[in-house]
Design a protein around this ligand. Sequence first.
Ligand code: SF4
Ligand code: SF4
Length: 209
Amino acid sequence: MLPVVHDRSPLVRLRRRLLVEPPAVTLPTAPPREDLLGAACAECARQGTCCCEVAEGEKLATLSFRDVRRIEEASGLAEHRFVEREELDPLERLAYETFRPLYRGLFVGNVRLGLKPRRGACVFLERGRGCRLPPEAKPLACRLYPFDYNLAGELTLVDAPHCLAINEACSERELLRMFGTSRRQLRALRKQTLEEAAEHARLLRHHAG
Ligand code: SF4
Ligand code: SF4
């Protein structure tokens, strides 16, 4: 079992700081530990703390219309089988858009489209094996997780105290390696997310008008 490093991990300290003021990710540059690569998510799934599982009241990834179309095509499922509509009050919506600026535009009024849970996990999670969707059909929010971007366009981490990858990583480089990604790939995902959120908002305006 992977040890869970609490107070010693610079990323844990960074994540705590994000709770107060989301800053850019500035991390130490220790060399990557090959033994950890790809292991954290598998271990996390075994421990039942995987981000594809939700406790009562928790929500899964926010979806754009594009995400929904890609999933429909890849899974053959109709939208109502995997999409849930969450009604937020206006203040909750404002808070969401303030702290998750990448997802601005993805609201139908105050309604957020999100992945539907079933028995405490995303409908696409196969327990012990992971996501059943092909990588290119996963929602962009899932592909980006646990990374995010703040209003200034700086790379940040989501507040995920249960995330073993964040808890275990000793450096930004190691965390990126764990997810088989790079700053360049994350920037491309950010760009795609912004474009698809803008398209989502345009479609909403069109239907409303
Ligand atoms: S991203 Fe983090 S929370 Fe999600 S499965 Fe991997 S280690 Fe767990
Ligand atoms: S779509 Fe896949 S990666 Fe995203 S929450 Fe569901 S199971 Fe997890």
